[in-house]
Design a protein around this ligand. Structure first.
Ligand SMILES: Cc1ncc(COP(=O)(O)O)c(C=O)c1O
Length: 385
């Protein structure tokens, strides 16, 4: 690649990666884009979602999912997540539908997969487009189909914290030929894909959202190891689910029978504050990290109170008084997301590549926290004061 001089877009490595990653996700088409945020923005543009349209989104996700909706001048409608998966609650989606709703974005978050059977049924009844944000879920399958191939479009991130990465990068999947052609033009300054046979294609306005041959080269190399890593992580997910199942005060993510293969960004451990004598979530996380000698992560903050979702600070979002009121995240109540923020600890996906014998340290550490709860509560008091 270095010697070829073809470093930018549409190179042979990018085309090979697009074919192979789309196949992994069982989608007909795939396109590399600059990052996972842009992937969502362009997916919305390909669906012609814009001003006046509402898009239902989960209130518990990385800010990009919601920011992309605002960046196309549509209105994000934040709804709560299911406590068992932290993915969007289908009941809440249905309750949020109005005559302005055009699309729903589901996020397969951390180690959860959205109940796609329910979402697709609701979407078809209300004539909504479905975008799957799969930034956390490379390789996952629902009912045998790759995530990202179930809705109209799927989006992925290859940013450095993800389980498949080129440092930065993004991807869009679709089964629709027309959406594929739209996506190509949207990522490449409005140009028509050179091989396009789409008779419906029309010139459109867009900019440069392309990826590079460098990233494709790195991703292709990563793809070699990926199936083995996916299988190892999945084995460890099943091991931890089993080992933590009977532990008092601890819960793990619900894996519905439709989850055939589980990709993940992080393994979620939920503790019950009451069972742990009122120990605050941050102290539980700190103690578990100390026991394991690792820095475990806090989950995302609920997006109705996130310092990273501040649309009103950007002048270009002040389209009208009504719009300013509608895009203010503070107007939503998200009690499940709020609880998730305190009760969840995230084990990064890298840890799930360890041999299962090392992961036995996790249930052992949790048992020690319970066995030494009085000491833990005593330890925590001075720091909370
Ligand atoms: C759920 C989710 N959606 C979207 C994104 C955006 O991806 P990127 O960072 O590549 O723009 C991320 C990245 O962290 C994410 O976690």
């Amino acid at each position: 690649m270095l010697a070829s001089g073809q470093w930018a877009f549409d190179g042979p490595l990018e085309q090979e990666f697009e074919t192979r990653f789309a196949e992994l996700q069982t989608a007909r088409f795939g396109l590399c884009v600059a990052n996972g945020t842009v992937a969502i923005q362009l997916a919305l543009e390909a669906l012609d979602v814009g001003f006046g349209d509402e898009v239902v989104v989960p209130g518990f996700t990385w800010q990009a999912t919601v920011a992309a909706v605002i960046d196309v001048n549509a209105t994000p409608v934040l709804v709560d997540v299911e406590p068992e998966t932290y993915c969007i609650d289908p009941e809440a989606v249905e309750a949020a539908v109005t005559d302005r709703t055009r699309a729903v974005i589901v996020v397969h978050l951390y180690d959860g997969i959205t109940d796609m059977d329910r979402i697709l049924e609701i979407a078809s009844r209300h004539n909504l487009a479905v975008i799957e944000d799969c930034a956390h879920s490379h390789g996952s399958r629902w009912n045998g189909r790759g995530v990202g191939s179930l809705g109209d479009l799927g989006t992925f991130s290859f940013q450095s914290s993800k389980s498949l990465t080129a440092g930065e990068g993004g991807f869009v999947t679709t089964n629709s030929e027309a959406l594929r052609e739209q996506m190509y033009s949207l990522r490449n300054c409005g140009r028509r894909r050179p091989q396009s046979l789409d008779s419906q294609w029309r010139p459109i306005q867009s900019g440069n959202y392309r990826s590079t041959e460098w990233q494709a080269a790195v991703l292709l190399a990563q793809l070699e190891a990926f199936p083995e890593q996916l299988a190892a992580r999945e084995r460890n997910v099943r091991y931890l689910d089993g080992a933590l199942a009977e532990m008092p005060g601890i819960r793990t993510t619900l894996r519905r029978p439709q989850v055939i293969t589980q990709g993940l960004y992080g393994y979620i451990i939920r503790y019950d504050e009451v069972e742990f004598g009122g120990l605050p979530g941050a102290a539980f996380r700190e103690a578990l990290s100390a026991e394991l000698g690792l820095g475990l992560l806090a989950p995302y903050e609920p997006l109705n109170a996130s310092p990273l979702l501040q649309p009103l600070t950007k002048r270009r979002h002040h389209l009208s008084d009504d719009y300013v009121r509608r895009i203010d995240p503070a107007r939503y109540s998200l009690p499940v997301a709020q609880r998730a923020w305190t009760e969840a600890t995230v084990l990064p996906h890298e840890l799930l590549l360890l041999p299962s014998s090392d992961l036995e340290l996790v249930p052992a550490a949790l048992m020690r926290l319970r066995d030494h709860l009085p000491a833990l509560l005593d330890w925590q008091k001075p720091s909370a004061a």
